[in-house]
Write a protein that binds this ligand. Sequence first.
Ligand code: MG
Length: 157
Amino acid sequence: MRVGIGYDIHALRKGRKLVLGGVTIPHSKGLFGHSDGDALFHAVVDAALGAGGLGDIGEHFSDREKRWKGVSSLVFARETVSLLKKKKLRVFQIDSIVVLEGPKLSPYKKAMRDNMARAFGVDLSRVNVKAKTNEGFGAIGKGQAVAASAVVLLEKL
Ligand code: MG
């Protein structure tokens, strides 16, 4: 077994879609970024890469590369799975936290877990999403950003 930790934060801006865990969530603002800005997927990808000893998301999916512009973060997940496979590893378990002041994620958590389970090839029972607010503190508390962190456990193939 190998374990990795991941973290990400993206700004909330008008005129962007809010995509978290691959789910488009109705909101007045969305996450700004080179890709779809899906902070949850980015945190999980970083945790998985870390667990595999494969560096970080910026090394593999640079925001300076045109081919990643506007892409769904599900693509990063699939690429990560194939990088892990080359090292004879696969994702066994995902736990994650999304920190945002709103909207409430409870109606979307199941779909977010489904997307992560499918993208990373993990049984749904071993994929978890927790959501919490920042109690009004800082940029997240003011609704200007969304952060996510994740822990990923890998197993040998
Ligand atoms: Mg990111």
